[in-house]
Design a protein around this ligand. Structure first.
Ligand code: RB5
Length: 148
């Protein structure tokens, strides 16, 4: 599993904590920034990661900003991306089982590193259930194909 990760200035500390979790799990990763103190624009970090995941260069993408919201909105504009804003372990598990999400987004100003790490461990370890959920994903993919 190859993971792309990025944050804006509001998420750099949590990003570093999550990189430690990814390393501990033994997965390959690439850090797409920002490694900055000054203010940056979250689409500049979310979109490149989303494009690389959509292109198949990475299996999964993880984004962090202050709330996780801006990053998730931007990532979901990229065709083929299903990015969930997740701040609890139940949703982390369910969004893999039901939504086959290829990206998640979190807010450094919303949760602490312990819970965020558990979310990443859960999300990376959970499989898509397929079946009726695959039909639903198919409808989203079909919409993307006909409307973008
Ligand atoms: C930056 O101040 C903040 O707006 C950003 O990190 C994020 O929370 C946006 O959704």
């Amino acid at each position: 599993m190859k993971i792309a990760i990025a944050s804006d200035h509001g998420g750099t500390r949590l990003k570093d904590e999550l990189i430690a979790v990814i390393k501990d799990l033994g997965f390959a990763y690439e850090d797409f920034g920002c490694n900055c103190e000054g203010s940056v624009d979250y689409p500049d970090y979310a979109l490149p990661v989303a494009e690389k995941v959509a292109a198949g260069e990475f299996d999964r993408g993880i984004l962090v900003c202050g709330t996780g919201i801006g990053m998730s909105i931007a990532a979901n504009k990229v065709k083929g991306i299903r990015c969930a804003l997740v701040h609890d372990v139940f949703s982390a598990k369910a969004t893999r089982q039901h939504n086959d999400t290829n990206m998640i987004s979190m807010g450094e100003r919303v949760i602490g590193p312990g819970l965020a790490g558990e979310i990443v461990r859960t999300w990376l370890g959970e499989a898509f259930e397929g079946g009726r959920h695959a039909n639903r994903i198919g409808k989203i993919l079909s919409y993307e194909d006909t409307h973008r």
